[in-house]
Each structure stands twice: as C-alpha cells, then as structure tokens.
Design a protein around this ligand. Sequence first.
Ligand SMILES: [Cu+2]
Length: 229
Amino acid sequence: MAAMARPSPMMKKLCSSALLLLLLCCFLLTGALAEERFYEFVVKETPVKRLCMTQKIITVNDRFPGPTIEVYNGDTLAIKAVNLAQYNVTLHWHGLRQLRNGWADGPEFVTQCPIRPGHSYTYRFTIQEQEGTLWWHAHSSWLRATVHGALIIHPKRGLPYPFPKPHREFPVILAEWWRRDPIAVLRQSMITGAPPNVSDTFLINGQPGDFLPCSSQGDHLYSAPRLFG
Ligand SMILES: [Cu+2]
C-alpha cells in the first residue's frame, strides 16, 4: 500500500494563512452587517383614557405602552431621552448586559444622575451576544408604571433563531393601571407607611380588556393586536 504524501511546510503555511483569512472575513462581515440605530424618546405628560376616565400619564412619544425598539444582535443603540415631564427620569434596558458601559444601565443614583426636567441624555450601548425579547422601562420612582415598552433583539442578520420560525410574532406587554397618578400612589404609601394601593386593573398591551366599562373606547394612541378570539 502506498504511503500518503505528507504536506510540505509550504503547503501547511498556505493552509493556515487561508484559514486565518477566512476567519478574518467572517469577523469583518459580521461587523460590517451591524448597524447603529437611533431613537428619540420624548418623555412627557399625555392624556390617556382608560376605565371611562381621561388621565394625564407620563409616556414616551405620547405612546402607551411606549415604542418598541427593534435591533439585531451586534447593533449599537443610541437612544436620546428628552425629558419634558415634571419628574426626574432615567431609562433602563431590562435584562441587557451592559459590558464596559455600566453608565448606560439606567438606575437613578446608582449608575447615573437622573435626567432633570428640560434636559436630555443619550444612552449608547452595543448589544453583545444577546437575542430575544426584553423590555425597557423608566427607573425613577414609579414612572415605570407607564413609561415602558418592548426591546426586541433579533439574531445577527442572516442568522435564524435557535428554534423553528413561528407563524407570527408580536410583543405582549403586561402592566397595571391606577385611577390615580402612580407617583401619588407611591407618595401616599411613603407618607402613611402602609403598602401602596393595589391597582384598579391589569392591562395587556395597554388595554384593560373587553369586560370592563369603556374598554372599547380606550385610547386612540396605540392599537393593540387582537390576542384572543
Ligand atoms: Cu427592569
């Protein structure tokens, strides 16, 4: 039986160079596909009607729930938060790993000073090896009750999720609703020392459901997808 020819040192060098070149191309290609995405979040008071009553709540861009952020793994997000509300505010990206940029995480007086009324701050961070649906929310007092939304991270461009493609995808956001300003509910609890009043209803995508009075007239600012029936 003939012995197999051993690769010459020159051939070995060529092979390892080709491999290195291939790895470099893959690295550059993934980097080239990543984008920077910019959002402007204007935090302000907005009248919203729920449970037969119009209330002024704090929203982002007049929307409740707030805007959905949609990015791809590897993208960089720049979110300019403009605070036109009467409260201090910060924004937090729940579940997102803040590697080497903890100052973009959001908890007020922990990783940053709050954004004062009339001021703005730009959060900038890169999604690093995360995918799936998270959420963002205010991280000051109880503003998160109305200042929140979905944060959807797709796999890197051209790559699938590690499960079969679903028939349809849409965010489902659960929240609570008080017939009062949530900040006032919290303040009352702090003054009295009693637990905060329980909420008046639960919401799915900002809506209380068909079985409550005035549900159908709820709100013209956000159209919830029909979930059931
Ligand atoms: Cu959170």
